[in-house]
Design a protein around this ligand. Structure first.
Ligand code: AMP
Length: 173
C-alpha cells in the first residue's frame, strides 16, 4: 500500500498518518520529522534545512527527493508506506513517480481556517508557509486527480470519523 497524505498545514496529516501507519503495519514517512531530527542533531542535512524551515520556505527539491528516495529503499517499506508532507511540489511528485508507484492520495479538506501556529513560529513564518502551500502544493490535487488517485476526505469531522473515512478510501484503492 503506497499512500500519500495531502492537505493544508495544520489539518492533522501527521496524526492521521500515525494512526493509519499503525493500523496497516507500514511506516509513516514524514519529511518534516526527518528534517526536524536532522536539525536537532545538527547534521549536515540539518544545517542545510534549518534556514529554509525557519522561514516557512521549502527545502530545495533535490535535497528532499534524495532523502525520500533513500528512505523508500529501506526494508520496512516493503509492504508499503504512508508519506506525510511529501510530495509538496510537482517536481517532487514527478520524481516520486519515477521511484515508485502510488495507490492512493488522501486529500484532507477543510474549509476552516486551520491553526498552524507552532510554538516557535513567528506570524510571518505561518503566513509564508500558507502561501507556499497554496502556490506549490495545491497543484498536486489536479496532478493526482488526473491520475485518478485523488480521494477527498472531509477533515472537519471528528478524528475518529476522519480515520474511518481514510481507512475506507485506502481499502477501496
Ligand atoms: P512539516 O512538518 O511537514 O510542515 O515540515 C516542516 C518543514 O520542513 C517545512 O516547512 C519545510 O521547510 C520542510 N519540508 C518538509 N517536507 C518538505 C518537502 N516535501 N519539501 C520541501 N520542504 C519540506
Amino acid at each position: 500500500m503506497h499512500i500519500i497524505l495531502l492537505g493544508p498545514p495544520g489539518v492533522g496529516k501527521g496524526t492521521l498518518a500515525g494512526s493509519l501507519a499503525k493500523k496497516f503495519g507500514i511506516p509513516k514517512i514524514s519529511t518534516g520529522d526527518i528534517f526536524r531530527e536532522a536539525v536537532q542533531r545538527n547534521t549536515v542535512l540539518g544545517k542545510k534545512a534549518k534556514a529554509f524551515m525557519g522561514k516557512g520556505a521549502l527545502v530545495p527539491d533535490e535535497i528532499v527527493i534524495g532523502i525520500v528516495d533513500e528512505r523508500l529503499q529501506k526494508k520496512d517499506c516493503r509492504n508499503g508506506f504512508i508519506l506525510d508532507g511529501f510530495p509538496r511540489t510537482i517536481k517532487q511528485a514527478e520524481a516520486l513517480g519515477r521511484i515508485t508507484g502510488i495507490d492512493a492520495v488522501l486529500n484532507l479538506k477543510s474549509e476552516d481556517n486551520v491553526i498552524i501556529q507552532r510554538e516557535d513560529d513567528k506570524p510571518e513564518t505561518v503566513k509564508k508557509r500558507l502561501e507556499v502551500y497554496r502556490r506549490e502544493t495545491t497543484p498536486l490535487m489536479q496532478y493526482y486527480e488526473e491520475k485518478k488517485l485523488l480521494k477527498n476526505i472531509n477533515a472537519e469531522k471528528s478524528i475518529e470519523e476522519v480515520f474511518e473515512d481514510a481507512v475506507k478510501a485506502m481499502s477501496s484503492s
